[in-house]
Design a protein around this ligand. Structure first.
Ligand SMILES: [Zn+2]
Ligand SMILES: [Zn+2]
Length: 205
């Protein structure tokens, strides 16, 4: 498979140059844009620091999540606004906002390897029926997996069919079938699909 000219569909943590972001020392970076005005920002999910004046990473704030307004347009942002499709920063928009210097290019094969490696851990959680771990872990994998699935056309099909199968049959049986999938990327996406039958009930109030 040749992914050399391909990129994730939007800017994800794994293409940020982490050396620019210094908050808690345990940075778990989530790039997003304001869903109202497209102002790009990076949230550290570990310590809640928001880098809000990019590409200047010296300006940071720790929002009050009960009511936080976009520093650019003043619209109220809610938790769902950080993960919706509208919150994704395209590479084009990133360039227009001067973010190129904050990015480091990484081969797509490396990103797919991260997904396949993580899916092995996810598989263990699922096999041991550690549902809370599995749900949280799957959520983190999905942040990469969603952004690169378009580079491997069979991936989303494998994810969707495993999801559908695990909804109508026992998760254990479907997992056994997923493990038997020869292609490592399709296997990874299928395992992710099974884990997504453990969805959180989101209370969007
Ligand atoms: Zn941090
Ligand atoms: Zn805004």
């Amino acid at each position: 498979m040749n992914h050399s000219s391909e990129k994730p569909a939007w800017v994800i943590q794994q293409v940020l140059d982490a050396s620019h972001f210094k908050c808690c020392g345990n940075e778990d970076l989530h790039p997003f844009q304001c869903v109202h005005c497209a102002h790009p920002m990076v949230l550290c999910c570990e310590c809640d620091t928001v880098y809000h004046e990019l590409p200047d990473t010296s300006a940071t704030t720790v929002p009050n999540w009960r009511g936080w307004n976009c520093p650019q347009c003043d619209a109220i942002l809610t938790v769902n606004d950080f993960t919706s499709a509208e919150s994704h920063i395209s590479f084009g928009d990133g360039s227009r906002h001067g973010l190129d210097d904050l990015l480091s290019t990484r081969p797509m094969t490396e990103l797919f390897e991260m997904v396949t490696r993580s899916s092995e851990t996810l598989l263990q959680y699922l096999t041991q029926n550690r549902q809370t771990f599995a749900k949280q872990y799957a959520h983190n994998i999905a942040r990469i997996a969603d952004a690169i699935a378009h580079c491997c056309p069979g991936a989303n099909v494998a994810r969707r069919s495993a999801y559908a199968a695990a909804q109508s049959r026992s998760r254990k049986t479907v997992l056994a079938e997923c493990v038997a999938i020869a292609d490592p990327i399709q296997r990874a996406y299928a395992i992710l699909g099974v884990s997504e039958t453990l969805t959180f009930k989101r209370n969007s109030g």
